[in-house]
Design a protein around this ligand. Structure first.
Ligand code: SDX
Length: 436
């Protein structure tokens, strides 16, 4: 970051001395006011719950222009990566800053492939869960447990440990997500196969059985690879900020990523794809397109607490570019599977059409986000609704790792420790019990 020829001056109407603060600029996007000395100079904190106006770090990984609806991974537009690269190329890019050349690409694919198996003991760890546990509960446990199986890559300050932990996490997430699914349906686990692609391997571990050979459908393989690319990273979203804050204490990478999985589970964040599909199924059950108007009235009624899941975004105030690409993938997958008339897809498109013409949504700049169509694609592929966020976590693992490593490599990083505006009781003495 660089000092810009501008300063911020904070003055107070009560005559307190004004404070000057430097302004820094990045390569693109908003400048920042450096408030690090504010408390020392004024005895006051800034107040920004939800961090709507706060940059928690400097980063060179992902950039979002919310007004333009633009998403760049290391400068490359998501639209180009989704059509000209695959997920492992995108992983290499996010981790290293550049796309791999032919040799780097081959080496990286091979490295990840050779780490897809998990310690055989992990299957016994899984046995502790109820069969009907939510896959995200299982995954949060499994990812946290990785630090109990891979002791030789837990020192977050050792670059070699960080490198091998990154490969292990990227390589083993598909295996662990598939295991959490198989455990829930009572089927045997499928071991990864080294001759398959990253997404092809995942499809086989999910839907293959020991009873017959599993043939990977190339359209579904490509669709899944694109879903992984679209979810790989997204600036300082809630789960990425969680991973950074967790990692800032020096804990091991597996624990920090497990914290990200736990945060992503929430319906306002990565859990929105599951919530969105449940919403579509509810409307479908109540009458489908004919009931959309009634549902929209509920969404616009503040007291209903009903939100149009898969719509709106903290940063995008235009169409989420990922939603457009996801809709294309939806068309391809439904056509491949002969589901062009899928009622939920038609319902989603009707909901989108109505919302984009409705003043409530237009005024608030609410557009479809990545979660609006992803559930329909995943459901068509055969992924159960409860596993949608697990797929999101699988794909986002590389983003979390890249952001965590960037933080650890930043000489300015400190343990994260926000302050507060205290509104509770001032000091008072404990009264004797009979006086309470
Ligand atoms: C992800 O941060 C990221 O980058 C996340 C993510 C990533 O890749 O990591 O992009 C992934 O989490 C996508 C978002 C998935 N969540 C959902 O689809 C859940 C539904 N969306 C909302 O919960 C909401 O839009 C958020 C949480 C996504 C954004 O919340 P904000 O920025 O806090 O927006 P807000 O609540 O301040 O909304 C502004 C207004 C409010 O109305 P008013 O008080 O101004 O009258 O818009 C309304 C909100 O009530 N609003 C919605 C709405 N989203 C916002 N009203 C109805 N339906 C919605 N979906």
């Amino acid at each position: 970051m660089k000092l810009v020829d501008n300063k911020a001056t904070l003055s107070f109407s009560n005559g307190s001395p004004s404070v000057e603060m430097p302004v820094y600029g990045g390569s693109i996007g908003p400048d920042v006011i450096d408030i690090r000395k504010l408390y020392a100079q004024t005895g006051m904190f800034t107040y920004d719950p939800g961090f709507l106006s706060t940059a928690s770090c400097q980063s060179a990984i992902t950039y979002i222009d919310g007004d333009k609806g633009e998403l760049l991974y290391r400068g490359y537009p998501i639209e180009q990566l989704a059509t000209q690269a695959d997920y492992l190329d995108t992983c290499f890019l996010l981790l290293n800053g550049e796309l791999p050349n032919e040799k780097e690409r081959g080496d990286f694919h091979k490295l990840v492939t050779n780490h897809t198996m998990v310690n055989e003991q992990m299957q016994f760890f899984l046995r502790g869960f109820r069969r009907d546990a939510h896959p995200m509960a299982v995954l949060t446990g499994l990812i946290g447990a990785l630090s109990a199986f891979y002791h030789d890559s837990t020192d977050i300050n050792n670059p070699e440990h960080r490198r091998i932990a990154a490969i292990r996490l990227i390589a083993k997430m598909p295996t662990l997500v598939a295991m959490s699914y198989k455990y829930g349906v009572g089927q045997p686990y499928m071991y990864p196969r080294n001759e398959l692609s990253y997404s092809g391997n995942f499809l086989r571990m999910m839907f293959g059985t020991p009873c017959e050979d599993y043939k990977v459908n190339p359209v579904l393989e490509k669709a899944l690879d694109r879903i992984f690319i679209l979810h790989a990273d997204h600036e300082q979203n809630a789960s990425t900020s969680t991973v950074r804050l967790c990692g800032s204490s020096g804990t091991n990478p597996f624990a920090a990523i497990a914290a990200g999985v736990a945060c992503l589970w929430g319906p306002a964040h990565g859990g929105a794809n599951e919530a969105c599909l449940n919403m579509l199924e509810d409307i479908q059950r109540q009458g489908g397109v004919a009931k959309v108007g009634e549902f929209m009235e509920k969404v616009k009624d503040k007291n209903s607490g009903v939100k149009l899941m898969g719509f709106g975004h903290r940063v995008y105030k235009n169409y989420d570019p990922r939603a457009k690409l996801m809709q294309e993938t939806c068309n391809e997958v439904l056509a491949e599977l002969g589901l062009e008339n899928d009622p939920l897809f038609k319902l989603a498109k009707e909901l989108e059409k109505i919302a984009l013409e409705d003043d409530y949504f237009v005024q608030r700049k609410l557009y479809p986000n990545v979660d609006f169509y992803s559930g329909i694609v995943q459901r068509a592929i055969g992924i159960p609704v409860s596993l949608f966020t697990g797929i999101f976590a699988l794909a986002r693992t590389v983003g979390w790792i890249a952001q965590l490593n960037e933080m650890l490599a930043d000489p300015e990083y400190k343990i994260g420790r926000p302050r507060q505006l205290f509104t509770g009781s001032a000091r008072r003495d404990v009264p004797a019990t009979f006086k309470r």
